[in-house]
Design a protein around this ligand. Sequence first.
Ligand SMILES: [Ca+2]
Length: 182
Amino acid sequence: MKIVSVVALFSVLMLALASLAGAAPAQKLQTFGTGEVSVVGASATIVLSDANQYGGVYLNSKSQGGKTLNQVTFGFISHRDVQGGAPRFSLPIDDPATAVKGDGFAFIDASNCGAPVGPGTATQKAATENPNCKVVYGNQSFANWATFADANPTLITTPGAIPFIIADGTAGTYAVSDIVLR
Ligand SMILES: [Ca+2]
């Protein structure tokens, strides 16, 4: 009787382990930088005490790599301070026609989506799907991500590279929520 119970318990345990192994691993935002970066779920707060600090978040995921620009979605909502370029997406871009792996970065920042620059509490969605978000790539600027994608049908997100959100350049508190990085 005791052996049967142990076997039954073991079976239940193995089932539990199997279901754990089969479940998608929980994706947690990772932090980086010299500022104070905290994460709660899909939100992050980046506190920079001076202009030399920087900080940001990323997902340890390469699932958005190697895709054409019209196949990817990135987004966040900015809630606090906004400066030119901060907070922003930094999205690794590759031109398959050149040998170098990773030709540059495309940037989407809250300011270029319409958020007023300065300390504040206005919210602004910065996203590939927001038609009001200008995209900066190299020395070029595009009205939005769809325009960028249409103009560059052969560019792809750099395979194996990790996109991130960053704030830098000006002391302040940068708060982002609803982060979509994959
Ligand atoms: Ca290349």
